[in-house]
Design a protein around this ligand. Structure first.
Ligand code: FAD
Ligand code: SIN
Length: 530
């Protein structure tokens, strides 16, 4: 047995918007360790483009934002969670301004852009690269804080629970994580009185996704394996407009392009087809509606892509609003001020996840969670654009506040067994990992995508069963690597998605099945219990 261990007051898994928000608040009184897989800027936060939704305009109201969120979420949202987040949005924006996020302004006021499903302009942004500015500001503040230690290159494997105590107990309290040090190859035990899970989504379970490489559902899978309930995993959001390019596979074209006038056309017929699918809201219908329309056009006409066109707007306006996208496309030979952009739908956001309450508490004592790895009730059956960074700030803070309030009652960490790697060897068959990873992502895209049927879902479930044993055998026999940890989690996430999708016998929001096209009168969460 090897022993590489360290103890902290609070452990945060993830250095994106949710994790760093929690860490900064906790560090007002406690010593915090933040762990992240790979680089500290490797999560989705740094990739966010459009912005953050908040009611800041005098003509807008909380009630409008709440209604838009619940319309997008097809009624599956938890009204308490929606109110909780939306009424705290202006404070979250104030705090980000204090941290130095350089949001765009017009005559001194924050500039508000528009996105699908929003009845008002209410998206604050930093050009078309909001996430990078937010990530930078949070990271700078965390790195400057003497109470926060940041460790990148650590892949959390599983929670340390009562089962790993020297005095075994089946109670299930969480005491930290076992994590692979990606540089040394050793597994370390990081223990703490409280753990905050903020490990992001599971987008990479699909072949085409806008999410970064590390979005493999690790947090959701770890939570599930430790005994936490997971909810609404069938609600996978597909973004309607990911760039179609043979070399650049996952570059998002922000919804704000449609918010600022971008239109969708069939490249063969020239038809502005949203008229047929949602004549009132057109290109600004919620994401599920536009993504299904794009998918339908592509399948019906045998297309590789559809066209998103904003070239009717003045060139300076386009370049001024979308400098990052403009530059990127120019590098690929596409001038968006003069010609349409080829786009396809791609997986974008994981609405489901580990169940949390308004204090960000999970089912497991000692474990709080925030951000994309959770199901808080905010998004329901479909996330409203730019509500997710907001959820990270509000729930990151809620987790920290709850831990601070209960700190004196949290028990000290007991003696924990170190990770046992005495019975494993180095793998000599890395090809197994690559093959299985590709296979999962392909069948998830083909069988569990935008439009589903029971038969396709059952096919996916069958593939998952076959892979399960193979991957568990491999995991049991060989020394862990980040690729292997991710593959195991990817399969777990796929299983949770397919199980949830098979369980829902209706179509609602992001879950559309040809076998049950109607929507039930009463919305009901899909809750899976380990
Ligand atoms: P992330 O930012 O994804 O961070 C996850 C962290 O967990 C990372 O540090 C990662 O390294 C770490 N981690 C993961 N697994 C492990 C492990 N096993 N061990 C240790 N660490 C681990 N939302 C909006 O509101 N507005 C937008 O404009 C917007 N645009 C987007 C554009 C793109 C291209 C994408 C992909 C998403 C966008 N979203 C947007 C969604 C939003 O960015 C995410 O939902 C949000 O950033 C998630 O933040 P998070 O803190 O939960 O997770
Ligand atoms: C986008 O900019 O289109 C993404 C916004 C979001 O995912 O909320």
């Amino acid at each position: 047995m090897t022993n590489h261990s360290a103890q902290h007051d609070v452990l945060v898994i993830g250095s994106g918007a949710a994790g760093l928000t929690a860490a900064l608040e906790l560090a007002t009184r406690l010593r915090v360790l933040v762990l992240a897989k790979g680089s500290l800027t490797g999560g989705s936060t740094a990739w966010a483009q459009g912005g953050i939704a908040a009611v800041l305009d005098a003509g807008d109201t909380f009630e409008n934002h709440i209604r838009d969120t619940m319309v997008a979420g097809a009624g599956l949202n938890d009204r308490d969670a929606v109110e909780f987040v939306i009424t705290r949005a202006p404070e979250s924006i104030d705090r980000l301004c204090e941290l130095g996020v350089p949001f765009n302004r017009e005559s001194g006021d924050l500039h508000l852009t528009r996105e699908g499903g929003h009845s008002h302009r209410r998206i604050v942004h930093v050009d078309d690269a909001t996430g990078w500015a937010v990530q930078e500001a949070l990271l700078k503040a965390a790195e400057a804080n003497p109470n926060i230690t940041m460790l990148g290159g650590r892949s959390a494997i599983d929670f340390i629970t009562d089962r790993h105590r020297e005095k075994f107990s089946a109670a299930g309290r969480v005491w930290g994580v076992y994590a692979l040090n990606e540089e040394t190859g050793h597994v370390e035990s990081h223990t703490a009185r409280a753990t905050v899970l903020a490990a992001g989504g599971a987008g990479r379970v699909y072949q085409f996704s806008t999410a970064p490489r590390g979005a493999t559902g690790d947090g959701i899978a770890m939570g599930w394996r430790a005994g936490a309930r997971v909810s609404n995993m069938e609600m996978m959001q597909f973004h309607p407009t990911c760039l179609y390019n043979l070399e650049v596979k996952n570059f998002l074209i922000t919804e704000a392009v449609r918010g600022e006038g971008g239109r969708l056309f069939n490249p063969v017929t020239g038809e502005r087809y949203m008229e047929k699918y949602d004549p009132e809201r057109m290109e600004l219908a919620p994401r599920d509606v536009v993504a299904r329309a794009n998918d339908d056009q592509i399948k019906r006409y045998g297309l590789d892509y559809v066209h998103l066109d904003i070239s009717h707007q003045p060139a300076d306006f386009v370049k001024g609003h979308f400098p990052t996208i403009y530059e990127k496309l120019m590098g690929l030979g596409i001038d968006m001020t003069k010609e349409p952009i080829p786009v396809v739908p791609a997986q974008h956001y994981t609405c489901g996840g580990v169940v949390v309450d308004l204090n960000a508490r999970t089912d497991l004592p000692g474990l709080w969670a925030a951000g994309e790895c959770t199901e808080s009730g905010l998004h329901g059956a479909n996330r409203l654009a730019s509500n997710s960074l907001l959820e990270c700030f509000v729930y990151g803070e809620a987790a920290a506040d709850d831990i601070l309030a209960r700190w004196d009652d949290l028990e000290p960490v007991p003696a924990i067994l170190p990770w046992d790697e005495s019975r494993v060897t180095d793998s000599d068959e890395e090809v197994v990992i690559k093959q299985n990873w590709t296979e999962i992502r392909r069948f998830m895209w083909n069988y569990v995508g935008i439009v589903r049927t029971t038969k396709r879902l059952e096919r996916a479930a069958h593939r998952i069963e076959l892979l399960k044993q193979e991957i568990e055998d491999y995991y049991g026999a060989f020394r862990v690597t980040t690729d292997l940890i991710e593959l195991r989690n990817l399969l777990q996430a796929a299983e949770l998605i397919v199980k949830s999708a098979l369980h829902r016998k209706e179509s609602r929001g992001l879950h559309y099945t040809m076998d049950y096209p109607e929507t039930d009168e009463v919305p009901k969460d899909t809750v899976l219990v380990p």
